[in-house]
Design a protein around this ligand. Structure first.
Ligand code: SF4
Length: 341
């Protein structure tokens, strides 16, 4: 256990956690909604400091990030817990179970960074569980990673507060921000109140810090593919000027009886994004589909062709469209066949 960041003492021996906007008031001996921050004798502690439940190396497109060091591999790490309780969570076995029931391994920041380098990764992605809940540990990893020439990518639901964001913003290189849908979806499917203004604030803050941002949306037929839900995410993507990636839903957790979206449903979401001014929109969790490719918003030339999680065609010249010369907003070099990590 490590004393947590971002909390205040309240009357008696209660504490108020200020790491995320849920802002739990926590009695002595109890944990907050996420289950990984506990009031021990009137002080708040992180129960997951240094504890990791999952590691793998993945293409950056799996995080997912499409405009950030394309085709590079990242060490992806997860811990335990989430402040949301989405009924479709793919990683529910580490986010929705009590921390004591999840097998974890303790690793130092130096060991993780060494592993990332040994495995030829371009950076570390903090994901699988809600990474901001493990901020005390991940900040140390980010710091060591940055000093070793690796980049840091955070996949988050965006519920972190300014207090939490300040702790890591200077060490972040990219954020993949997942939006769930309309207010009704947040309430009925994820068990929390939707805070549109907060997400707008976060989008603005990330851009202000010059951190690369992409928006992610798990498309679930009949749950969050309605016009109101799509309007929310498309509006945020436009505000951010960010790519928007629609992830194909797979039946899981408490929504294992729902179907995956069809190609037609995915294409409808893509069209909505394009029609409302998003310049780069994608579908993912699908092996081959034209919607995985990057097209120039100026002349519609095909710029990047993808299959699976990799790149199979690269037509960007320098950092521009070879047909019309329009700049393509991609951060970092692409790792293409023949180049060296
Ligand atoms: S981080 Fe956890 S304990 Fe803190 S406010 Fe959010 S849900 Fe509550």
């Amino acid at each position: 256990m490590r004393e947590a960041w971002c909390w205040d003492r309240e009357e008696g021996s209660k504490v108020r956690c200020r790491l995320c906007i849920i802002s739990c008031s926590i009695n002595k001996g109890r944990s907050g909604r996420c289950g990984v921050r506990r009031n021990v004798d009137g002080s708040l502690y992180s129960l997951t400091y240094g504890r990791l439940s999952s590691f793998s190396t993945d293409f950056v497109e799996k995080i997912p990030l499409y405009h950030f060091y394309p085709n590079h591999r990242f060490l992806t790490v997860g811990s335990v817990g989430c402040n949301l309780s989405c009924r479709f969570c793919l990683t529910w076995n580490i986010t929705q179970r009590p921390v004591e029931e999840v097998a974890t391994e303790v690793l130092s920041p130096e060991r993780l960074v060494r592993a990332a380098r040994e495995l030829g990764c371009r950076g570390i992605a903090y994901t699988h569980s809600e990474p901001t809940l493990n901020i005390e540990f991940y900040r140390e990893v980010m710091d060591v990673a940055r000093r070793s020439g690796l980049v840091n990518a955070l996949a988050t639901n965006g519920f972190l507060t300014e207090c939490a964001f300040q702790e890591i913003s200077g060490l972040l290189d990219a954020v993949a921000l997942t939006i769930k849908g309309s207010g009704k979806v947040y309430q009925n499917v994820c068990g929390v109140r939707y805070e549109r203004r907060h997400l707008e604030w976060l989008v603005d803050r990330v851009r202000e810090e010059d951190v690369h941002l992409e928006l992610v949306y798990v498309l679930i037929p009949g749950v969050n593919d309605d016009a109101e839900s799509l309007r929310e995410v498309v509006g945020l993507a436009r505000r951010a000027g960010s790519p928007l990636i629609f992830l194909r839903f797979f039946p899981s957790y408490k929504m294992d009886d729902l179907p995956s979206p069809t190609d037609v449903e995915l294409e409808r979401a893509l069209r909505t994004a394009y029609q409302h001014g998003v310049e780069y929109a994608y579908v993912e969790n699908i092996f081959e589909h034209p919607g995985k490719n990057t097209y120039c918003p100026g002349c519609r030339a095909l710029l990047v062709e993808r299959a699976g999680y990799g790149i199979v065609g690269w037509r960007v010249k320098g950092s521009s469209c070879p047909s019309c010369g329009r700049k393509v907003p991609i951060v970092g070099d692409a790792l293409l066949a023949g180049s060296v990590a």
